[in-house]
Design a binder for this molecule. Structure first.
Ligand code: GLU
Length: 324
């Protein structure tokens, strides 16, 4: 069988990070260019052929519309290129969940698309980058990875974009899936899927937007003042509440949000658990949307895509948040 032909799209992050020495604490993400990453991938000796393109060379805290637009265009091109079997995006871990979910919402479930990063720079002792890259090659080269949406590969596990979260600031095992855990285990020599692909042949859920609207996230806390709502929502087309517990906030904040005149999605600042409708907050009366299993960062991406797609009716929006 012909080895899979993979396209690597580099954006930077710790997987391309360098500290300058194996024992340095500080480091700079995005120091190793696409050509060097490609050479490293080839040097792994895996059964695959590679070509690569550099989208950016930055820490993913700086990623935004310009990089997302370029990435989406490049992946679309790869999906229709008969010479490409799968796509690997090298990415910083800080915002990997946002990029993965945005792409997941806007790409067809055709060929494997895999985001991969690292928690330790390339020249650190015990760097996880090449291991994760080898695992990503394994996943992107597997025809069974198609039809599962965008995937994130970290620490010998494969996560679906809709589930994945960065759940720790340090350590190689920093990623978790919620409400589903990993959907496969992977090593450079093995790949075990836990179930069949569910999206085979499905078109993209949303068209790629022309731009993404301004949607701030309000982080709730004890003693939060309603004055912050007006301040944060200036010029916004929607807002996401990173609420307390089940998406709660002080009564005055809830009132201010209801009066804001823009769609409000209630999510939680708690790492796990879903936010459901009408528990302590009367979503029906206030016109709010419950984020269900999406954390604030991904709830914001979905709200932006919905607004950009002209979907602003609360019931229609809620139906999209209910969908998996
Ligand atoms: N903050 C950087 C980023 O997200 C480095 C962290 C990482 O990649 O793990 O790109």
């Amino acid at each position: 069988m012909q080895p899979p032909r993979l396209r690597i799209l580099a954006t930077g992050g710790t997987i391309a990070g360098s500290a300058g020495s194996a024992l340095e604490r500080g480091y700079r993400p995005g120091q190793i260019g696409a050509a060097d990453l490609l050479a490293a991938a080839k040097g792994l000796g895996l059964s695959a052929t590679f070509e690569g393109r550099e989208i950016a060379a930055i820490g993913s805290q700086d990623i935004g519309w310009r990089e997302w637009d370029a990435l989406h265009r490049e992946i679309e091109a790869a999906l229709t290129d008969e010479g490409v079997d799968g796509v690997i995006v090298t990415h910083g871990t800080d915002t990997a969940e946002e990029t993965a979910f945005l792409l997941d919402l806007t790409l067809s479930a055709g060929k494997p698309v895999v985001l991969v990063g690292a928690m330790r720079p390339a020249d650190a002792v015990g760097s996880d980058g090449m291991r994760n890259l080898a695992n990503a090659v394994r996943v992107a080269g597997d025809p069974a990875a198609a039809g599962r949406g965008v995937l994130v590969v970290m620490s010998d596990q494969v996560f679906a974009a809709i589930d994945v979260r960065k759940a720790a600031t340090g350590g190689a095992e920093a990623f978790r899936g919620f409400p589903r855990g990993p959907i496969a285990n992977v090593t450079p020599t093995s790949l075990d899927w836990f179930g069949p692909a569910e999206r085979t042949g499905r078109p993209a859920r949303f068209a790629w937007p022309a731009a993404l609207p301004k949607v701030p996230i309000l982080y709730a806390y004890a003693g939060m003042d309603k004055g912050e709502v007006a301040c944060m929502l200036s010029g916004a087309q929607g807002s996401v509440l990173a609420g307390l517990g089940q998406g709660n906030a002080p009564a005055s904040v809830i009132e201010a949000l209801a009066a804001s005149g823009v769609p409000v999605v209630r999510s939680s600042r708690v790492d796990q658990g879903s936010v459901d409708r009408n528990l302590e907050v009367d979503d029906d009366a206030l016109g709010f949307i419950a984020a269900r299993g999406l954390g604030p960062a991904k709830a914001r991406i979905l709200l932006q895509v919905l607004l950009a797609s002209g979907i602003s009716d609360p019931a229609a929006m809620q139906a999209e948040f209910d969908r998996r």
